[in-house]
Ligand binder design. Structure first.
Ligand code: PGA
Length: 262
């Protein structure tokens, strides 16, 4: 039985003060026993990480903090970049890698994403888990080749990386045409690709490992569609953008994941 994950990706929203308020609102509406059933992750902008972590620690909430990006080199002349050690030190246990906005707007290639996944998985400090995002554009979806496209993204991102433990990796399937558009993939569409990702993981890492790795769906997930998505056998939670910016919506998504475990 895979423990579901509800992860909020704030993207470039919330100053430190706003992030603290949102985290406090989430925390105030959060029952401690939720995290027995679901792993909850908040991914704020890098400058908010420490403050968000501070609120969660103060309130003794077992909610994880994740970064939205990192660079693969350990240190040096990389203006504007943040290392794995830095995000770990700021309190992160997770890091989103290869989000379609990073691929499309900032030109991240499969090779760079592979380097980032490696830097996170091989980090020698405490465990840092990549949330590897993959997903096709509308053009690729309409061409019919989307399974091939997405599984190639997974293979490229994991090339040459040893994964020993299923907790070292989370995958998020996020069809680009569903991100921030209000147009969610149907549960069947999302399930089809998440199942294909799991078979691809089985080919690379073996069936036993693939059965344990969490595969999330992302793209306009909200309170109205969460149940039907989480019901799917290969969808183990969500990476949530817009609906993670409002405490009540985010907590309701966490509750939905708790309910589907009970
Ligand atoms: P959305 O974003 O929920 O606003 O569609 C999801 C994401 O990009 O991670």
């Amino acid at each position: 039985m895979r423990k579901p994950i509800i992860a909020g990706n704030w993207k470039m929203n919330n100053t430190v003060a706003e992030g603290v308020v949102l985290t406090q609102e989430i925390s105030n509406n959060f029952y401690r026993d939720y995290t027995e059933f679901v792993d909850v992750i908040i991914c704020p902008p890098a400058v908010d990480l420490k403050a968000v972590k501070g609120v969660l620690e103060f309130d003794k909430r077992d909610i994880y903090v994740g970064a939205q990006n990192c660079y693969f080199e350990p240190s040096g002349a990389y203006t504007g970049e943040i290392s794995v050690k830095m995000i770990s030190d700021a309190g992160c246990d997770f890091c989103i890698v290869g989000h379609s906005e990073r691929r499309e707007i900032f030109g991240e290639t499969n090779a760079m994403i592979n380097d980032k996944v490696r830097a996170l998985v091989e980090y020698q400090g405490k465990k840092m888990t990549p949330i590897l995002c993959v997903g096709e554009s509308l053009a690729v979806r309409e061409s019919g080749d989307y399974i091939d496209y997405v599984t190639k993204q997974v293979e490229a991102a994991l090339a040459g990386i040893d994964i020993f433990d299923a907790d070292q990796l989370v995958i998020a399937y996020e069809p680009i045409w569903a991100i921030g558009t209000g147009r969610t993939a149907t549960p069947e569409q999302a399930q089809e690709v998440c199942a294909a990702i799991r078979s691809c993981l089985a080919n690379i890492l073996g069936g036993a490992m693939a059965e344990k790795i969490r595969v999330l769906y992302g793209g306009s997930m909200n309170e109205g569609n969460v149940d039907s998505l989480l019901e799917q056998p290969d969808i183990d939670g969500g990476l949530i953008g817009g609906a993670s910016l409002k405490a009540s919506s985010f907590v309701n998504l966490v509750k939905a994941a708790v309910e589907c475990q009970k």
